[in-house]
Design a protein around this ligand. Sequence first.
Ligand code: FAD
Ligand code: MG
Length: 300
Amino acid sequence: MLHDVIVVGGSYAGMAAALQLARARRKVMVIDAGIRRNRFASHSYGFLGQDGVDPAELASGARRQLIAYPNLTWLEGLAAHAAKDGDDFTVTMEDGRDFRARRLVLALGVTDILPDVPGLQERWGRSVFHCPYCHGYELEGGPIAVLAVGPVSMHQAILVPDWGPTTLLLNSTFEPDKEQQGQLEARGVAVEPMPVACVSGEADAELTDGRVLHFAGIFTAPGMRPSSDLAAVLGCAFDNGPIGPFLHTGPMKETSVPGVFACGDVARPAGSVSWAVGDGALAGAAAHQSLIARHLRTPA
Ligand code: FAD
Ligand code: MG
């Protein structure tokens, strides 16, 4: 069966796109492997009207509303391949099943690659975070560490002091130059050059010289990569962000491949639930309107 639109990725961005399409009475399929980026966190903050909710409940509530639309099909599983197929697209599932659509929306999300420090991964989303807007307030004034991954960590180091007294743990990843030293000083950031052996307790940094620094929380900047290679397989162009590549999209969230739209974390240098939902709603409406434009096109 030919769908109007297949949305790959059924989290916040993909569901926001699918909602617009379902409400436009189009035949839409959502394919979702169910591996949300924020699955490590028990609370999601900063999304208007849903501040502090369980992110799993936020997703399952949205999904409940979506699957009530009879013109929407929800498919659990991993889309393993996608290809242009004449004017349409074919998406092939891991189990070999094929589905066709006139348009694709890629809402694949990203996977975080944490610095290789023992104890960090277990605390990800609990006392180790990447976004102070999401999780800074709950640290109740600190003290807070920024675990550096390189010069890119200057951004977090000068931002985070608004949430509490901040220590930049250089961890041998870079050496602040004169200008950077001045910025850190101006923001009152303490700089710790001794490498971090591990993270223990709530958010304690055990240094290689045996000292233990106690923090309420740690921010770091994990590397990001798209959660699947579907966009690359389709030939979509990427832009380079500070911590990883993200899909290039135009003002209506269309990728460099006509008919393929993208939204959420996979299509931004940095993401949040609010932005994923905003992008998704835009991509869904844009995919819908491009179906109408195609219908009106005069054949050559
Ligand atoms: P995701 O939520 O990552 O979803 C992508 C979906 O696509 C997944 O279900 C995945 O399985 C699926 N998928 C990918 N490839 C395929 C494929 N080939 N086939 C089928 N399915 C596929 N943001 C906030 O606003 N507030 C917070 O408090 C907050 N806390 C966070 C805490 C942590 C620890 C982390 C890591 C992130 C947090 N974020 C928070 C950021 C937030 O999680 C993301 O911005 C948001 O999840 C992006 O939504 P998305 O729909 O783009 O991607
Ligand atoms: Mg249905």
